[in-house]
Write a protein that binds this ligand. Structure first.
Ligand SMILES: Nc1ncnc2c1ncn2[C@@H]1O[C@H](COP(=O)(O)OP(=O)(O)OP(=O)(O)O)[C@@H](O)[C@H]1O
Length: 337
């Protein structure tokens, strides 16, 4: 498992976070010594449970909150010393729209561009509004828009000054399936056009679907940064699911040493094994079952999802994660589902 990087910014890093800590007034430490490089052009998903520190981290990177220690650069610009240059590279889509209710969509988005000192570019704003299916609402006041439309306006505002890095804070929270899919499509298009995307999410499927790399934050510590596929391969457990010919009430004592779970109806037996090992133990298990006169009529295997991995990570301490390459399997959930 790759620990969060601690070195100087790597060549392709567009955002570099170094030794970042945040203690709020009152003494609560929300971030502890975060080191993170965001690669140019990637989609990076920051996962973590409520209160883990995701929004605090994003706020500091975007220059909206101060760090207690450490530094952040955006494309080489220090976000404190060189705030304007750094901030103009970043677009932030917050969770909620608080202002501008009496303005039209067009005026709001155009104004946002001006805030970053960019010359007006009606053709660009038109393209952004069209991409977000907002063009026919351009003269509508914000207060007359639906929640989903307001979300689209937030994205349009964040894109108005052509940022190189786009932060999406919980993009899927409270949006319907259609908007979620529109948003994912748009994010992919932006990435293809060279924009770096960083999203925070509770939705594992969002990270699984979208991200190139995943960071997991827990209690203010970045406990893992990993390429998504590598993460799933390294930590992935596999399950062999056997549908039995006859239900069994209890497993014989001779099978006690195996990582087996029996469904409540006694019909499905799930064996969890380490997918990385050469010897998975499957052949020996099948022989042991046969010796106990337990026969199966169907057999299939499945890999643990990112959700399984995430759940096990956030419930372990950092020391556990370092010590234990392979988290506990979650067989009971699968077999009784
Ligand atoms: N202004 C503040 N003053 C004191 N503590 C704060 C402040 N803002 C956030 N915190 C605390 O810092 C911790 C991290 O909060 P943060 O909002 O960054 O978490 P999060 O990962 O974004 O959570 P969520 O997923 O719920 O949005 C929480 O314990 C929160 O209560």
């Amino acid at each position: 498992m790759t620990p969060p990087s601690q070195a100087a910014p790597t060549g392709d890093a567009i955002v570099s976070v170094r030794n970042l800590s945040k203690t709020y007034a009152g003494g609560f430490q929300a971030l502890r010594n975060i080191n993170l490089d965001i690669h140019r052009g990637e989609i990076f998903a920051l996962l973590g449970p409520n209160g883990a520190g995701k929004t605090t981290l994003i706020s500091i990177i975007c220059g909206m909150a101060n760090a207690s220690e450490g530094s952040v650069t955006a494309d080489g610009h220090d976000t404190v010393r060189d705030y304007r240059a750094a901030r103009s590279l970043i677009g932030l889509v917050p969770q909620e729209l608080h202002t501008d209710s009496f303005e039209t969509v067009w005026a709001t988005v155009n104004f946002s561009r001006g805030l970053f000192g960019k010359a007006p570019d009606p053709a660009y704003i038109e393209k952004v509004l069209k991409d977000l299916s907002l063009w026919d609402k351009k003269d509508t006041k914000i207060m007359a828009l639906s929640g989903g439309m307001k979300r689209r306006v937030l994205i349009a505002k964040a894109l108005s000054h052509e940022p190189k890095v786009l932060f999406l804070d919980e993009p899927s929270a409270g949006v319907d399936v259609e908007l979620r899919h529109d948003m994912w499509r748009m994010v992919r298009k932006l990435r293809e056009a060279g924009t770096t995307i960083i999203l925070t999410t509770h939705y594992i499927e969002e990270a699984e679907d979208m991200a190139d790399r995943i960071g997991v934050i827990r209690k203010g510590e970045l406990i893992l940064v990993q390429d998504k596929h590598t993460l799933m391969r390294q930590l992935g457990q596999k399950q062999l699911v056997l549908t039995l010919q006859q239900p069994v009430t209890n497993l014989p004592a001779s099978l006690a040493g195996w990582s087996l779970a029996l469904s409540a109806d006694g019909q499905i037996l799930t064996y969890t094994f380490d997918a990385q090992k050469d010897d998975t133990g499957i052949a020996q298990l099948l022989a042991a079952l046969s010796a106990e006169d337990i026969h199966f009529k169907d057999l299939q295997s499945s890999e643990s999802s990112l959700e399984d991995i995430f759940v096990s990570l956030v419930h372990e301490t950092k020391a556990d994660v370092a010590k234990e390459k392979h988290p506990e399997p979650h067989t009971d959930r699968r077999v009784t589902a």
